[in-house]
Design a protein around this ligand. Sequence first.
Ligand code: 13P
Ligand code: SF4
Length: 302
Amino acid sequence: WAMVEPEIRAIEALKREHDAVILAHNYMTPEVFHGVADIVGDSLALAREAQTVEASTIVLAGVHFMAETAKLLNPSKRVLLPDLRSGCSLAESITPADIAELRRQHPGVPVVTYVNTSAAVKAASDICCTSGNAVEIIESLGVDKVIMIPDQYLARNIAARTGVEVITHPGACEVHERFTPADIRQIRDDFPGVTVLAHPECPPPVVAEADYAGSTAQMQDFVVRNQPRRVALITECSMSDNVAADNPDVEFVRPCNLCPHMKRNTLAAIRRSLELGQHEITLDPALEAPARRAIERMLEVR
Ligand code: 13P
Ligand code: SF4
């Protein structure tokens, strides 16, 4: 920690100088998460909190779609993403043309879009969801069939919990799709008594082997509330590091996969972002209103 302290102090000074706050996703490394972030959370919390920020600049320590969402909900603020290469395999898997084709094949079926998508894809959708509110969003529509894109696994995991039929798109998270049911069985053999929490972006057979599935914030809440003796968080690597810091009595088994996009948010990149005012997120004016409407419809439900 002593090694990163000068960088953390420099970032704190830059935040004051530029009237900036740092919104950080739960997958940030501990030095970002505990060192410089002002607000931390899952995708849903970051979207909600973006609306309450008073500072004129938001640095989004996360990935591109999160920065776009913050900008959509805060059009008058400057939103910076430290590294423009911070993409997401889910966001890259789908275009508005894919949604148009799905609508043509399934006329009248509402399109529920995971927030891990571009503003253009959100603009072509009826409503957004996150992994933390997908069940409530689907149920709020009062229909028996939805098009749920672009994460095929999230869609199937949520369908299993709602009884609503889902039409999917073949997208997947490059981090969570790599976990297998055999991994979970191995963890149970190696660490008797372990409680296994999986992110719903994992394939359904992995979720079936877990004790609980939820968003990153829901996994964290589970640990805080239940204080399991041993826990395995089947998700991105920094999650266990960050939750472990606040739960010293819980033993964390650490099978994990790194998200290369999230990991581009180093302290050095965040510092440069504040120093140079880069990379500023801008939106296509034609997409702004429809994309914002899909997010706001979601936030009205939960
Ligand atoms: P949540 O934090 O919303 O669960 O999302 C996980 C994720 O992979 C974000 O990119
Ligand atoms: Fe995208 Fe998966 Fe990385 Fe999240 S963890 S940003 S869903 S690739």
